[in-house]
Design a protein. Structure first.
Length: 229
């Protein structure tokens, strides 16, 4: 016996069965609403995941403890790094003494435009006022022993003009004194350029000339004092 076909269901809102066109329109609308809900759900889920990852990064980041960056306390061992890099440089590298309040933020060999340089970057601190500033020591040389190009030196000293000359610690220095420069937008307010056994020595920064002259004296002592074997 043939199976009896089920009569179309009456839709309450219409009071009659749906026409094929109405059924197709309803299903299309239902699909659209489903896709919208899925998109919103995915967006909410993505935001939750992103916030979770941000929280993990914040908790794991070593530079955020109590809202204070640990980089402020970061300091490298200049003497140890100088001794380690000396064989690669083929010479003794400067490692000046520095006040305990200073932080040596970095020390290493660099190469630019055919010149190799050993550079130390300090955050300096005036023990009287607590004022922080910047100081750098550079020992530059070329692999073939030729003099360091004047253009390289000028770029290192931010293209400032020399203003004088003096002797500190047995080294003759060219002085670059530019007190009108903004220390917040410059790394070179006062600088000294000298030479030691063919290497170019630079001492510069944003601290006071007196402080940087003391650093230059320490640099000279580091270069001229025989190293213990």
């Amino acid at each position: 016996m043939a199976r009896k076909q089920k009569a179309p269901a009456v839709v309450a809102e219409l009071g009659r069965p749906e026409t094929p066109a109405e059924t197709a329109a309803r299903k299309a609308n239902d699909s659209r609403l489903y896709r919208q809900r899925k998109t919103v759900n995915n967006l909410v889920f993505s935001l939750i995941v992103s916030l979770g990852l941000m929280l993990v990064i914040v908790l794991m980041a070593p530079g955020l403890i109590g809202g204070k960056s640990t980089f402020e306390d970061h300091s490298v061992d200049v003497a140890a790094l100088a001794a380690e890099a000396a064989p690669s440089a083929g010479r003794t590298l400067v490692a000046p003494a520095a006040p305990d309040a200073w932080k040596a933020k970095s020390a290493g060999l660099r190469q630019r435009d055919g010149v190799v340089s050993w550079q130390i970057d300090y955050t300096t601190v005036d023990e009287t006022t607590g004022h922080e500033a910047y100081a750098a020591v550079v020992q530059a040389f070329t692999p073939d022993g030729a003099p360091v190009d004047e253009k390289w030196i000028s770029q290192a000293l931010e293209q400032q003009s020399p203003t004088g000359a003096e002797q500190i610690g047995g080294i003759d220095w060219v002085v670059y004194d530019h007190p009108d420069r903004d220390p917040d937008s410059s790394n070179m307010v006062f600088g000294l350029q000298g030479e030691w056994q063919g290497d170019t020595i630079l001492v510069y920064g944003t601290d006071t000339p007196a402080t940087l002259r003391v650093l230059a004296a320490d640099v000279a002592a580091s270069l001229t004092t025989p190293k213990e074997q």
